[in-house]
Design a protein around this ligand. Structure first.
Ligand code: NAD
Ligand code: DAU
Length: 356
């Protein structure tokens, strides 16, 4: 979205109370005081307004509680606000939950995205210029890599989990609306994010939580699965750059240039946590417990982020060691946040997922 004169833009950010969304909302609210930032979120188990306490009273920010699966509500919001751009992050995002309940992922990730596309198409009719539908997606749509190679923007889609299939489907619909109706869109596909405010169902925050609590660290299979980790604030920076500077109808891969085998990452986490918690060296690694593997577990993800680097000059700004240290410090300083999100329904989920 080109906005060289910094005119006031009205930007809808969906899923802004979640992990990545809250960092994107914060960046936009602080960096663009002339914009009107509207955060639309259903506040599912993963959404938490505590994530946005520091910006909740900003004059350029407002929150709307709502569900993207509700078509008439979404149409109403579009005609009420007259948005210039959409950054769409709202989704069901956890692979293990998608294995347990795939339909919930179709509802939010596919139907929810369709509702937003339809509302944008109708509300922006005849004025597509200077409008933008920016869809935030994942590298999981590409399936799994072997021991070598990288995902590029040209890699074929080959999703393996219901989560990945639902995101792939939504990506295809976004592109199809661009081709068929001329809706201006951008898609970015990012690798694994980590950082403050991530719900403790994903590997890094779950293991930080369990180390604090001295509970088992459930490593799936043999732990020799590889992910490419990116600090969430660097993803938010990439989203900002792409939103403002990318040409329309393009896709970008975003990644951390930072591959880790799960078991090596867990070892590093254990060593840092032992020091921070003044525990004996090796204490946390005693908690590592190999458990049943995830079905259709993708062996390796790794992103070739050279296009965004070349076109927009983006690179991660922190090393993994720096990012991980900041992340661990945040969780140690925000144990009340952790306690709040792990009470109630979380306990049921945990029992069912890990069966102990
Ligand atoms: P998250 O689960 O932390 O947050 C999702 C947010 O969406 C929550 O605030 C939730 O309340 C909201 N939401 C869910 N269903 C909704 C609905 N029906 N209507 C309105 N709001 C709804 O997810 P995240 O990890 O921050 O991921 C955000 C986006 O980025 C997702 O689209 C995800 O696919 C994508 N992504 C995530 C990662 C990652 O590593 N976490 C990497 C690449 C891409
Ligand atoms: O690649 C981007 C994707 O990264 C995002 O699109 C998803 O929203 C996000 O959840 C993430 O998916 P992963 O499945 O890679 O992330 P997760 O944190 O669930 O798992 C990371 C790795 O750790 C994976 O190989 C599975 C493993 N794992 C995970 C959990 C939760 C374990 O070994 N034990 C666990 O308990």
């Amino acid at each position: 979205m080109v906005n060289k004169d910094k005119n006031k833009l009205k930007v809808l950010i969906t899923g802004g109370a979640g992990f990545i969304g809250s960092h994107v909302v914060r960046l936009f609210v602080n960096k663009y005081p002339n914009y009107e930032i509207v955060n639309l979120d259903a506040l599912t188990y993963a959404g938490n307004l505590e994530n946005l306490k520091d910006v909740e009273n900003a004059s350029n920010y407002s929150f709307v509680k709502g569900d993207i699966t509700d078509a008439s509500f979404i149409h109403k919001i579009f005609s009420e606000y007259q948005f210039n751009g959409v950054i769409h992050l709202a989704a069901e995002s956890h692979v293990d939950r998608s294995i347990a309940d795939p339909l919930a992922f179709v509802k939010t990730n596919v139907i929810g995205t369709m509702n937003l596309l339809n509302a944008a198409k109708e509300n922006w009719k005849g004025q597509f210029e200077n409008k933008l539908f920016y869809h935030i997606s994942t590298d999981e749509v590409y399936g799994s890599l072997g021991e070598s190679g990288l995902f590029t923007e040209e890699t074929n889609y080959d999703p393996n989990s219901p989560y990945a299939a639902s995101k792939a489907s939504s990506d295809h619909f976004v592109r199809a609306y661009g081709e068929t109706y001329g809706l201006p869109y951008i898609i970015s596909n990012c690798s694994n994010n980590y950082g403050p405010n991530q719900f403790p169902e994903k590997l890094i925050p779950l293991f930080i939580h369990n180390i604090i609590q001295e509970q088992p660290l459930p490593v799936y299979g043999d732990g020799n699965y590889t992910r490419d980790w990116l600090f969430v604030i660097d993803h938010a920076r990439a989203i900002d750059l792409i939103f403002h500077n990318s040409e329309k109808n393009k896709t970008y891969n975003v990644g951390g240039f930072n591959e880790w085998k799960n078991i090596d990452l867990v070892g590093l986490l254990c060593r840092i946590m032992d020091k921070k918690l003044h525990r004996q060296e090796g204490a946390s690694s005693q908690l590592i417990t190999y458990v049943k593997d995830r079905p259709a577990h993708d062996l390796r993800y790794a992103i070739d982020a050279s296009k965004i680097n070349k076109d927009l000059g983006w690179r991660p700004s922190v090393t993994f060691e720096e990012g991980l240290e900041k992340t661990i410090d945040w969780y140690l300083e925000n144990q009340k946040w952790l306690k709040n999100v792990t009470s109630g329904a979380y306990q049921e989920y945990y029992k069912e997922q890990y069966k102990y």
